[in-house]
Design a protein around this ligand. Structure first.
Ligand SMILES: *Cc1c(COP(=O)(O)O)cnc(C)c1O
Length: 340
């Protein structure tokens, strides 16, 4: 039976749900994996994750559509991204088909935790992989755990998506030829200080510039940035150190194939930003957060939509993508994995 939660007010926080999937890597292979009720992990004090931060994760969601189906949005892309992330961290990649299968199992096993249609809440799915093997010298561990748990999360926005204020960070997020393009916890550990200080100054997020020249726009701490130019077309920053957001890639597709906008992915100079009409941050949790202003060391860059509502193109993109997710309009082939 569906859990009796106040779905509109559950917030974005961890709740222990019924089952999680666990597979361990030992002697050169992943075991069969099991669903378990145990949400505790017991590891050696010398586990590689604790010393050399061999850890990576993913984030995706399941939700109830208008017709009452329970579906997952593009888990194959998360499987592929984690596969690539693991490679870069010298961790054993988890097979992509098994990743998708395990995500399905976790959703099925926690079906009572999937929020109802119209609540705005979703079941957030968190795959995570970390080194459990003991290492003292600097080298990759030889044992790992892959785990997937799920937790219901409330609507990101209560009462509509209000534009956010963000700031240009004086810190860097990702080094050139570093790890910005992979979803590793290490990228977040070192961004927390920038995050906390930006929040204390009243900003929702940091916008990072390219560390080498500080002239080009990269992305925010946990979300890609997109722009709409004066002609109403989409401009997406391109760089080797941007995390390939599933949401952003889906938005680019929707812009081109559903809304018939021109979509350009290219390097974006920070000096161009004042000439754009709209901007937004994209990620699984919020889908798109419209940006109202970017503070550059006291100088404010504003967009035509102001601070009260999203601009027309960002609104349309948000609406179309969420309509596709919820089954109100037909999804491109292969985007929606139905569980029930
Ligand atoms: C996870 C993440 C995103 C958003 O990716 P989605 O696949 O859309 O959720 C963007 N930037 C960073 C740095 C991330 O870690």
């Amino acid at each position: 039976m569906a859990k009796d939660l106040d779905w509109g007010n559950i917030g974005f926080e961890y709740r222990k749900t019924d089952k999680r999937y666990v597979s361990n890597y030992k002697d050169g292979k992943w075991d069969d994996g099991v669903l378990t009720t145990d949400n505790k992990v017991i590891i050696s004090e010398d586990a590689g994750v604790l010393h050399y931060a061999q850890e990576c994760f993913e984030g995706l969601k399941a939700y109830t559509t208008k017709e009452g189906h329970i579906v997952i949005f593009r888990p194959d892309l998360n499987a592929e991204r984690m596969y690539n992330t693991a490679k870069r961290l010298e961790m054993p990649s988890f097979p992509k088909d098994r990743f998708v299968e395990a995500v399905k199992q976790v959703v099925e096993a926690n079906i009572d935790w999937v929020p109802p249609y119209g609540s705005g809440a979703t079941l957030y799915i968190r795959p995570v992989m970390f080194a459990t093997g003991e290492v003292i010298g600097v080298k990759p561990a030889d044992e790992y755990q892959f785990r997937i748990f799920a937790t219901p999360v409330g609507p990101y926005y209560k009462g509509g998506a209000k534009p956010i204020a963000i700031k240009i960070s004086d810190f860097d997020r990702a080094a050139p030829r570093g790890t910005g393009h992979i979803k590793a916890g290490l990228n977040y550990a070192m961004s927390l200080h920038a995050n906390v200080t930006a929040h204390a100054e009243g900003f929702a997020e940091n916008l990072y510039l390219d560390p080498a020249t500080r002239t080009k726009v990269e992305e925010a701490g946990g979300a890609n940035i997109i722009f709409v130019d004066k002609d109403g077309n989409l401009v997406i920053p391109k760089s080797d150190s941007i995390l390939p957001s599933v949401t952003r890639r889906s938005i680019a597709y929707v812009a081109q194939h559903y809304l018939h906008l021109k979509v350009t992915e290219r390097e974006v100079l920070f000096s161009e930003v004042p000439h754009f009409a709209e901007a937004g941050l994209c990620g699984t949790a919020a889908v798109i957060s419209p940006i109202g202003l970017i503070n550059d060391h006291g100088k404010e860059i504003t967009f035509s939509n102001g601070m009260e509502k999203a601009g027309p193109v960002i609104s349309k993109l948000y609406q179309t993508l969420t309509d596709i997710q919820m089954g109100n309009i037909e999804a491109p082939e292969g985007w929606i994995y139905r569980i029930k």
